[in-house]
Design a protein around this ligand. Structure first.
Ligand SMILES: [Zn+2]
Length: 98
């Protein structure tokens, strides 16, 4: 991810956090062994995205982890989760177009 893409990624995250559904979400790019994950602690949701992911990969993983926050923190990836994930891909794509 270029510095410009990293700035755009932060902007997208900041705009996501303006939505009530994501007001308690903290999004970080970190050195992690998987592509991305989310966990809940003390009422806050922490989304970590691999800092080796490209810009488009990071947005892809962000949509996935946001869908977990909205629908399923148990990693079951069922049909409702899939609908939320599709929704998040559209929202993040919209925010990326700003
Ligand atoms: Zn998942």
């Amino acid at each position: 991810m270029t510095p410009l893409e990293a700035k755009k990624f932060r902007e997208i995250c900041n705009n996501l956090k303006k939505l009530p559904a994501f007001s308690k979400v903290i999004i970080r790019r970190k050195k992690i062994t998987d592509h991305g994950h989310v966990y809940e602690k003390d009422g806050m949701y922490y989304i970590n995205i691999s800092n080796t992911a490209s810009f488009s990969e990071a947005l892809y993983h962000l949509a996935h982890e946001c869908a977990h926050v909205l629908s399923d923190m148990n990693d079951t990836h069922g049909p409702v989760f899939a609908l939320f994930e599709e929704c998040m891909r559209n929202i993040i794509s919209f925010l990326n177009g700003y």
